[in-house]
Design a protein around this ligand. Structure first.
Ligand code: KG4
Ligand code: ZN
Length: 349
């Protein structure tokens, strides 16, 4: 099956052409085009939803055109390209952004008379782990950790369709904690990648920030207290009044303490879930999974367990349509266009 996939849940506009690999165990990506309005949001210190939606409107058709062309197909509204279905992210996300992708997908579905496959963005992140060709494929049952700017969740998957949510954040997501703490420290949005770099220069012993719910038996997370601890430190040291934040050893130390606390909780809870449910595959996914220190820590702490760790290529950790196409291939829930509505609050069933 060959799919045109569309992703517009937040500030990335992406389209991809994806098909089953020859053994049907992974997805093959024929093209994956991503346009980001991140630079605009860096200037405003975060995403203004209306601006993100306007950028989606500008980018959606050129991005679809490019994805089709790169896959050797052409974009002609009167002639159906060689695809079997159209997949689209229908939630969760920003309503204005989601609507651009969903309504475009519905229009193309009607014009080309092809079914639509609605995809939950969160499952999309997980399926970025099923597009690595010529490498081992995750085995069920598995535990997936989704860590992005909007979500922090642990799910148990016994098959592509048997999925149980085990826990999630009660307040801020892990990526949100990186971004909001970064803002307090005077870093630009999104702060996750920069905090990772500055943390490498920091002293690991300088700060031990709280690790909320670390020893709680459930798989819930809470990161807002950590952000408050950073705020207290920023106020105490008058960080805002100091010079270049990127040359300041205290900022490096705080970044190190912050990142260590987030990673400690994520690794502990995920590996605990893996052991409790006796799984052999653990999948990392979402923008924060691009963090190399997080990946390394997972490697170290899982090395004595019988667990195989999977993480997508870094370019597929952040939002993209290839992962949406991969999820659509394996979850294959074809619908008529009339039945699809964007749902910004979509979570796990
Ligand atoms: O998955 P994603 O692109 O968007 C959402 O669905 O939210 O994730 C974006 C998040 C941002 O919070 C960003 O700071 C974080 O991923 N992120 C990182 C890194 N790269 C991106 N966080 C920590 N370390 C990184 N290297
Ligand atoms: Zn995402």
């Amino acid at each position: 099956m060959k799919i045109l996939a569309i992703e517009t849940s937040c500030d990335e506009t992406s389209a991809a052409i994806v098909e089953d690999s020859s053994d049907k165990k992974t997805a093959t990506v024929l093209s994956n085009t991503v346009a980001s309005s991140m630079d605009m949001h860096s200037k405003t210190g975060g995403i203004i939803p209306e601006n993100a939606a306007r950028e989606q409107v500008k980018s959606i058709l050129p991005v679809i055109n490019e994805a089709l062309e790169k896959a050797g197909l052409s974009f002609d509204t009167s002639k159906t390209p060689d695809i079997d279905a159209i997949a689209v992210t229908y939630g969760p996300g920003l309503i204005g952004s989601l609507l651009v992708g969903v309504e475009t997908a519905k229009t193309l579905s009607y014009l080309w008379n092809k079914p639509l496959i609605p995809v939950n963005h969160l499952f999309g992140h997980i399926y970025a782990n099923f597009i690595q060709e010529n490498s081992p494929t995750p085995q069920f049952p598995l535990i997936a950790l989704i860590v992005s700017g909007g979500h922090t969740d642990i799910v148990l998957m016994k098959s592509h369709t048997d999925i149980t949510w085990l826990g999630g954040t009660r307040d801020d997501a892990a990526g949100e904690c990186f971004d909001k703490s970064g803002r307090l420290l005077g870093l630009s949005y999104p702060a996750g990648p920069e905090i990772e770099q500055l943390a490498k220069l920091g002293n690991p012993k300088a700060y031990h920030f709280p690790r909320p719910l670390l020893h709680d038996n459930a798989y819930d997370f809470s990161f807002s207290g950590l952000k408050t601890a950073i705020l207290r430190e920023v106020e105490k040291l008058n960080i805002q009044q100091r010079g270049d934040k990127r040359q300041d050893p205290v900022v490096n130390d705080i970044c190190r303490g912050l990142q260590d606390a987030i990673i400690d909780v994520l690794v502990n809870k995920t590996l605990k879930a893996a052991q409790e449910h006796n799984v052999s595959s653990v999948l990392l996914s979402g923008g924060v999974a691009a963090n190399q220190t997080l990946r390394d820590e997972f490697m170290v702490r899982s090395s004595s367990l019988e667990i195989k760790l999977f993480a997508p290529p870094k370019s597929l950790c952040t939002d993209n349509a290839a992962m949406i196409g991969a999820a659509a291939l394996f979850q294959d829930k074809k619908e008529q266009w009339e039945n699809i509505t964007a749902n910004p609050e979509l979570y796990f069933d």
